[in-house]
Design a protein around this ligand. Structure first.
Ligand code: LRH
Ligand code: MN
Length: 390
């Protein structure tokens, strides 16, 4: 199992890897049972961005931060852009939010009332205005829209209303802007969700145009779903725009990516690589979408981007020539062994040396713990309300 000797062949691709951080991962989050606080949690968007910048400083892997509107609303987004750049990061994907307003009880872009649809469309127009100020290229749309009981509403009518609403939003984008439509098979709706699967997202975005793509959240599939097959198919169709990386044992647990199922993350990244997703002009954007309900948030994000980097390195070390040969010969076990060889390769020592060669901490988790930054934040950030999903 001598794969590591090829590590030098993959560093150019690894150096191109960037993983966008979700601002909301630095705020408090939880479940319907409890949202716990954590000493040092940011109180506002500026502090969330400062924490994201700390993750980039420790790993060199996270140069952009995604915002969620209205959670990250500020007076002046141009000033916020400058604030981020002064900290060495940029503002990324703008996430719309039509899942916390009373008016959206029975839907937003799918609602039967044209006035409610108008309100939801206008919210997306505002997100596009914010993109102009932040220089962001991606508008991410995830809808909680759905029903809880059969018969509650017309599934067909809602799809048609959704298509019309999305068309208005797509029209408002300018030439360098994209929209990504995220799907999720359930929650908060418990009978049907209007964008439940990749097929529905693909159908809706394909009707819009080239700058409308699909967002794949790794926590949004029914148990037993072969997610890497969906990755391959959406990339084959040129419609995979972005990932929301996280992991789960049961439902949309939003745990640290790779924590629940590192082999699944490896298989997903192998398909990303095999379909050109890490190429220089790849349209695929990689983002984390996680909640650190009980663990500290900055170390949680550091651990997350390192998990993606580690599994990426292993997937890049797959001996393609040996795999192609085994596949051509229908050498079932041989082919599987080639993939498992790479998956079982410990790339951590080589990655640590490579980080050091780029002036980064060899062990970012330990370096962050030793920095005392967490204690500093807990002492600094006293008073005010800790940020969260509200
Ligand atoms: C929905 C979701 C979506 C975000 C939210 C924070 O479950 O994955 O991407 O808007 O989490
Ligand atoms: Mn998501």
């Amino acid at each position: 199992m001598t794969v590591p000797h090829r590590f030098d062949e993959i560093t150019e691709t690894l150096a191109r890897q960037s993983i966008e951080l979700p601002s909301w991962a630095f705020g408090n989050s939880g479940t319907r049972f409890k949202v716990f606080g954590t000493p040092g949690t940011p109180r506002d968007t500026h502090e969330k961005i400062a924490d994201a910048a700390k993750v980039h400083e420790m790993t060199g892997l996270a140069p952009t931060v995604a915002l969620h509107i209205p959670w990250d609303d500020v007076e002046d987004f141009t000033e916020l852009k400058a604030h981020a750049e002064n900290l060495g990061v940029e503002l990324g994907t703008i996430n719309a939010n039509t899942f916390q307003d009373e008016d959206y009880k029975f839907g937003s872009l799918t609602h039967s009332d044209p006035a409610i649809r108008r309100k939801a469309i206008d919210h997306h127009f505002r997100c596009i205005d914010i993109m102009h100020a932040t220089g962001s290229t991606d508008l991410k749309i995830w809808l909680a829209d759905g029903t809880n009981y059969p018969g509650q509403d017309s599934l067909r009518a809602r799809q048609d209303r959704l298509a019309a609403s999305l068309a208005e939003i797509y029209e408002r984008l300018d030439a360098h802007q994209r929209l990504v439509l995220e799907y999720k098979f359930f929650e908060p709706a418990f009978y049907h969700t209007d964008v439940p699967d990749w097929g529905t997202s693909y159908a809706q975005v394909s009707a819009l145009g080239d700058r409308a793509l699909t967002c794949l959240d790794t926590g949004h599939h029914a148990p037993g779903t072969n997610i890497e097959f969906i990755v391959m198919q959406l990339m084959r169709l040129g419609k995979l725009g972005s990932f929301d990386f996280n992991s789960r044992f049961y439902a949309d647990d939003d745990l640290i990516v790779g924590a629940a199922d590192p082999f699944q993350l490896f298989r997903i990244l192998y398909e990303v690589i095999a379909n050109g997703g890490l190429g220089e002009d790849s349209p695929v954007r990689f983002m984390l979408d996680q909640c650190h309900n009980i663990e500290e948030k900055i170390p949680g994000q550091i651990r997350s981007v390192l998990n993606v980097q580690e599994m990426t390195a292993r997937a890049l070390l797959v001996d393609r020539a040996a795999l192609d040969k085994a596949q051509a010969e229908h050498d079932v076990l041989g082919a599987n062994e080639v993939l498992m060889d790479a998956f079982q390769t410990d790339v951590r020592p080589a990655l640590a040396r490579w980080r050091a060669s780029r002036g980064l901490p060899e062990e970012p988790m330990r370096a962050y713990a030793d920095s005392g930054h967490q204690r500093y934040l807990a002492e600094q950030r006293v008073g005010g309300a800790q940020a969260g999903w509200g």
